[in-house]
Design a protein around this ligand. Structure first.
Ligand SMILES: Cc1cc2nc3c(=O)[nH]c(=O)nc-3n(C[C@H](O)[C@H](O)[C@H](O)COP(=O)(O)OP(=O)(O)OC[C@H]3O[C@@H](n4cnc5c(N)ncnc54)[C@H](O)[C@@H]3O)c2cc1C
Length: 387
């Protein structure tokens, strides 16, 4: 529990920033940050427990309450400090805190909170995406190990991951939601093969993963054997809250906000955006962003007071995904034909990057459950409309 006043704590955070954050890192989350300085910053954050500020100290967290953690994030945001978020910090960690045994928490959480181990998420399969409970990857108990056989797909970061949290079928006779277990195992072993997939934006950030006799220790099943569906759903709630986010923030700490890009591309006349149609779209977009931010903040407060359905994250994810896409649509409109380049001498590098960024956001209404699935969840669990 944090006993320091918020004002005193902010001073402490500022002096931590001065001591540990190199000036060239004060540009937000970008892919081209200098590796050495970034590594030092992440190490300092991890040592202090501030990658996972609200986790208990015994598991490598900062032991802060919500107000102190928010104050810390506010100070980081003010200087555009790069922040660390991963499958481990935002999804697996909170799930382990709720469902893990003491032994599992002590084994896995400290390394996550120091950003030392990379995790990936083995949920989707070729025949099980929206209908996730149809998954067919099998795990059979042999002594104190499970032997895993099957295939996952769209596994983000699988080629770089050290470990996977994976949904497997441990009882093929049970009804489809009942025979599933949630298990953790290392990726670097015989029996795991990763094959990257090329995406529309030119990257290959996710993969197909094939298991042929991969080994998982029985003690690494999280929650009850055959009771993994409950654990899996809880993790999805964390996933859906990640970016649809309790803060509802859109562009985070990027170098240049989308509003700045539009202003630069279109220009100002008498102090307002020169194009009246884009001006209206931009204003509407900003209003929506504000409304989402306030709604999610209210939902967060209500959830803490035990008044809101937990699946409110679906509402945030749905709205957020649409907004990120329309934000990028506005940027593309502002670029005109220069926003359509893929390669060649007629385009600046930043314009080519914008095309790819626009394409990347098409995925935001798919990952973590498609928009249609979010609407189903909102109808059933938030609005409680009978089926
Ligand atoms: C960028 C990105 C990263 C991802 N990362 C991961 C990852 O790390 N790990 C992982 O396990 N998965 C990952 N996924 C996979 C993602 O979870 C699935 O793509 C998603 O759940 C949809 O499943 P699907 O692709 O099989 O589509 P399908 O389920 O086949 O859906 C096809 C279409 O049918 C619609 N549809 C399906 N069922 C219904 C229904 N009941 N009502 C209305 N419409 C319906 C869908 O909305 C969609 O438009 C990632 C996906 C993306 C895009």
């Amino acid at each position: 529990m944090s006993t320091e006043s918020i004002e005193e704590f902010k001073i402490e955070v500022r002096s931590f920033i001065e001591a540990n954050l190199a000036p060239e890192l004060r540009v937000g989350n970008r892919k081209d940050l200098p590796k050495k300085q970034l590594g030092k910053w992440i190490q300092a954050l991890g040592a202090r427990g501030w990658i996972t500020p609200e986790w208990p100290k015994e598991y490598g967290g900062g032991g802060l309450d919500r107000k102190h953690a928010a104050a810390m994030k506010g100070e980081f945001k003010a200087v555009r400090a790069p922040m660390v978020s991963s499958f481990g910090t935002s999804m697996l960690g909170p799930t382990l805190l709720q469902f893990g045994t003491d032994e599992q928490k002590l084994e896995f959480l400290p390394a996550i909170s120091k950003h030392e181990v990379k995790w990936c998420q083995g949920y989707s399969e070729p025949g099980a995406g929206s209908d996730l409970a149809s998954l067919q990857t099998r795990a059979v108990l042999e002594g104190d190990e499970y032997v895993v056989t099957g295939q996952k797909i769209w596994t983000t970061g699988a080629d770089k991951a050290d470990w996977i949290f994976c949904l497997v079928r441990t009882d093929p006779e049970a009804s489809k939601h009942d025979g599933i277990s949630f298990i953790l195992f290392p990726m670097h072993q015989d029996g795991v093969e990763v094959s990257p997939l090329n995406l529309i934006d030119g990257t290959a950030e996710f993969s197909q993963v094939f298991f042929d006799g991969a080994r998982a220790q029985a003690k690494h099943v999280v929650g009850p054997v055959n009771g993994g569906w409950t654990v899996a759903k809880r993790l999805l709630q964390h996933e859906r809250s990640t970016d649809g986010g309790s803060e509802g923030g859109l562009s985070g700490a990027q170098k240049e906000s989308y509003v700045d890009v539009v202003k630069r591309e279109v220009g100002l006349e008498n102090g307002v955006l020169a194009d009246p149609v884009l001006r209206q779209r931009l204003a509407a977009q900003e209003q929506e962003a504000k409304a989402l931010s306030l709604t999610m903040r209210r939902a967060g407060e209500e959830a803490r007071a035990g008044q809101t359905a937990r699946d409110i994250g679906s509402l945030g994810k749905f709205k957020w995904a649409n907004m990120v896409k329309s934000e990028q649509d506005i940027v593309m409109l502002a670029h005109g034909t220069q926003g359509l380049g893929w390669e060649g001498p007629g385009f600046e590098q930043t314009e080519l990057e914008r095309t790819r960024a626009w394409l990347t956001t098409r995925a935001d209404s798919i990952w973590g459950g498609t928009n249609e699935i979010q609407m189903n969840v909102i109808a059933k669990r938030v609005l409680q409309i009978p089926e």
